[in-house]
Design a protein around this ligand. Structure first.
Ligand SMILES: [Zn+2]
Length: 424
């Protein structure tokens, strides 16, 4: 299962030259990668679809190449690169940043969420020969066999529903199968892990408790990525079915509040849920920045009156957009050193050690900041499988990580919905 097996194998076969071993390993990894149903559970690509001028049927890799991509008009996800990277399916997120928590703010958020759903619909209608919407694992396998890309929908930030719980049914009916309860700031549903103001409810609000119950009833997965630790435990306590973290890592490997602790990993395993690994470099590994970059960043933070980069999340939405654009420009001028696939697989090793092989998957957050030096976009996904094979993970383990575990949870949540409805 781990390094030592590979090391032992190598030591046991000293007559095979290293290059030949590499070739055999690459071949084995390629075969596994090709055969597995590969699923990434979080990409913010719909932001680009709804903005227009982005063609998902073309390889967009030549456009812009900031460390985090999307803010510069670049993208890390399109159909040709999904094919190149052997990625069968992806969850597109209907994402909204946190805006004003007022009746007007909530009404606008609902309107915007619907327009993002519309953009996904029209993209899929215009590209029926290349991709298709899936709402169940069975759909995914059926569509996958035709050679088309499989598109699932998730919603990121419960702010999108305002205070109207009936919006969840609307989202579900439009194909959404999970909702991330919040984003970088607290909202009316729950506390976020990164709100500079700290906790408001010490977990879920009473509206949030209703949201979890309704999502259980509908058969929509509750996503705890972005939520505070106390919200996580509230959700674990309340949810009648397994939960997901669609794009998160292990805090023991990279100490960031967006990642989850070992105790949370154990609770998630007990709940039967799954954590999908985020490939956003800052959440994968803390790499000290260069002095020039640090000075430029400090000047930018002072200009915006922020004490650190995370405080950017607390700015009003329009200011946040401008500040993030400046941050992206800074990224281009002083590129950050990105974490690597090896660093990312260290998270997988740890999560497997603590939670078990049945509770880990992939959710890179491409187009939302996800990017590694050697898995910069979906086209390089095979590198993850190569590293997993190198560390001794079996074909069965890798299939679980690449979608098997997530689909198990999806099925259980769907089954739970029937039960809850029947019980009513
Ligand atoms: Zn996110």
């Amino acid at each position: 299962m781990k390094n030592w097996i590979y090391t032992t194998l190598v030591a046991a076969c000293p007559v095979i030259p290293a290059l030949a071993q590499d070739a055999a390993l690459l071949k084995k990894a390629h075969k596994i990668h090709e055969k597995a149903f590969t699923l990434d559970t979080h990409a913010d690509t719909p932001m680009l679809l709804s903005r227009g001028g982005f063609d998902v049927t073309k390889d967009n890799s030549a456009r812009g190449s900031s460390a985090t991509g999307v803010m510069m008009g670049s993208s890390k996800v399109d159909y040709p690169r999904m094919c190149k990277g052997g990625l069968d399916g992806i969850f597109w997120a209907v994402y909204l940043g946190q805006g004003p928590r007022t009746p007007e703010g909530h009404a606008l958020a609902q309107k915007r969420a619907i327009s993002i759903f519309n953009a996904i619909d029209s993209t899929l209608k215009a590209t029926t020969s290349e991709a298709e919407l899936a709402t169940t694992p069975e759909d995914a396998y059926r569509i996958g066999k035709t050679g088309k890309r499989v598109i699932f929908i998730g919603v990121e930030n419960g702010y999108t529903m305002g205070h109207d719980i009936s919006m969840l049914k609307n989202f579900y009916d439009r194909g959404a199968r999970y909702m991330t309860l919040c984003h970088s700031s607290n909202n009316d549903i729950c506390d976020s892990s990164t709100d500079p103001k700290g906790a408001e409810y010490q977990g879920l609000s009473s509206l949030g408790e209703g949201v979890v119950a309704e999502m259980n009833r509908l058969g929509m997965m509750v996503d705890v990525s972005h939520v505070s630790d106390s919200t996580f435990y509230d959700v674990i306590r309340l949810s009648k079915v397994p939960i997901i973290a669609s794009h998160s890592g292990a805090r023991a490997i990279c100490n960031h509040p967006r990642n989850i602790t070992d105790d949370m990993l154990r609770a998630l395993a007990k709940n039967g849920g799954v954590i999908q690994l985020n490939l956003l470099s800052d959440y994968v590994k803390t790499i000290p920045p260069s002095q020039e970059r640090e000075a430029a960043l400090q000047a930018m933070l002072t200009k915006w009156g922020l004490k650190d980069r995370r405080a950017m999340m607390g700015l009003p939405e329009e200011d946040q957009k401008r500040a993030r654009a400046e941050f992206m420009a800074l990224n281009q001028k002083y590129p950050v050193q990105l974490a690597t696939v090896k660093d990312a697989v260290d998270h997988i090793d740890h999560m497997v050690k603590i939670a078990g092989i049945d509770h880990v998957g992939m959710g890179a957050d491409f187009d939302g900041g996800g990017a590694l030096a050697d898995c910069f976009d979906v086209s390089q996904y095979e590198n993850v499988t190569i590293e997993l094979v190198r560390r001794g993970y079996s074909k069965r383990d890798i299939e679980k990580i690449w979608g098997g575990n997530f689909f198990r949870v999806m099925k259980e949540v769907d089954k739970g919905a029937v039960k809850v409805v029947a019980a009513n």
